[in-house]
Design a protein around this ligand. Structure first.
Ligand SMILES: [Zn+2]
Length: 247
């Protein structure tokens, strides 16, 4: 997630906390031998990563303005995700954040969060396309890899070690950095292409309009800016357009 100055609203506080958490994590990470870090990191199980995601999700909800059930964004999101409860083995939970960022994220534990700024510019099917794309990043192991790196290189890793390999007791001071690992993950073009394809298949499977994946991608300026943690390119839209044409 990137915070553009013109979206300088409720996310300022979150940005400050995330930045602080991140900086602390890097300092502590440097104090650890990289070989040790790599070895410890490799021993993290999917359960560890999910447990860390549970806490990062809770932290993120506590530090962002979550739309209450009565809010129009919450109502719209609930309506357009009706019937989406368990996707590809991930139990999904949806919330809207009342921030102007044009973004969304999904964690390996099924925590899916959609920003009001994205909802303002996207149709229901375009939002579903983004959700499918984000679930793709989680299912394909992209977010897990980012979380693994964060756990390895931050003091949170100490928390994991202290609980016998379970990421069950991460210090609250470290959660900002962990949450950032999910929310602010920077994906490669290869990962974007894979998540787009997953999102396309998600649309087809649920009988949503797969063309919305293309129109959403076309709303993203090349090089990012919109959904800037998911670098865009004209090729991305073309690839999915070809899949839609093929049916
Ligand atoms: Zn992406």
């Amino acid at each position: 997630m990137k915070y553009s100055p013109r979206f300088a609203t409720a996310t300022i506080a979150l940005t400050a906390v995330l930045a602080a958490g991140s900086t602390a994590a890097i300092d502590l990470g440097n104090a650890l031998g990289s070989a040790t870090k790599a070895a410890k990191g490799m021993s993290l199980s999917d359960d560890d990563v999910r447990a860390a995601a549970d806490q990062a999700c809770e932290w993120s909800d506590a530090h962002n303005k979550v739309a209450p059930a009565s809010d129009k964004y919450a109502k719209r999101l609930a309506k357009l995700t009706a019937g989406l409860s368990n996707e590809d083995g991930i139990k999904l939970s949806f919330k809207a954040y009342l921030v102007r960022d044009v973004n969304a994220f999904a964690m390996a534990n099924g925590c899916v969060r959609v920003m009001a700024g994205l909802m303002d510019i996207a149709s229901d099917d375009e939002i579903r396309a983004v959700i499918g794309h984000e679930i793709g990043h989680a299912k394909l192991g992209h977010t897990k890899a980012k979380m693994r790196t964060a756990l390895m290189s931050s003091a949170a890793r100490e928390g994991v070690a202290a609980t016998g390999g379970k990421a069950g007791a991460i210090a609250s001071s470290e959660l900002g950095g962990l949450a950032e690992a999910f929310i602010n993950a920077q994906f490669s073009q290869k990962e974007e292409g894979e998540a787009d394809k997953y999102g396309y298949e998600f649309m087809v499977k649920h009988k949503y309009d797969p063309g919305a994946m293309v129109s959403m991608l076309k709303k993203l300026p090349a090089g990012g800016g919109l959904l800037s943690s998911h670098p865009s390119s004209p090729e991305r839209a073309k690839k999915i357009e070809a899949l839609v044409a093929k049916g």
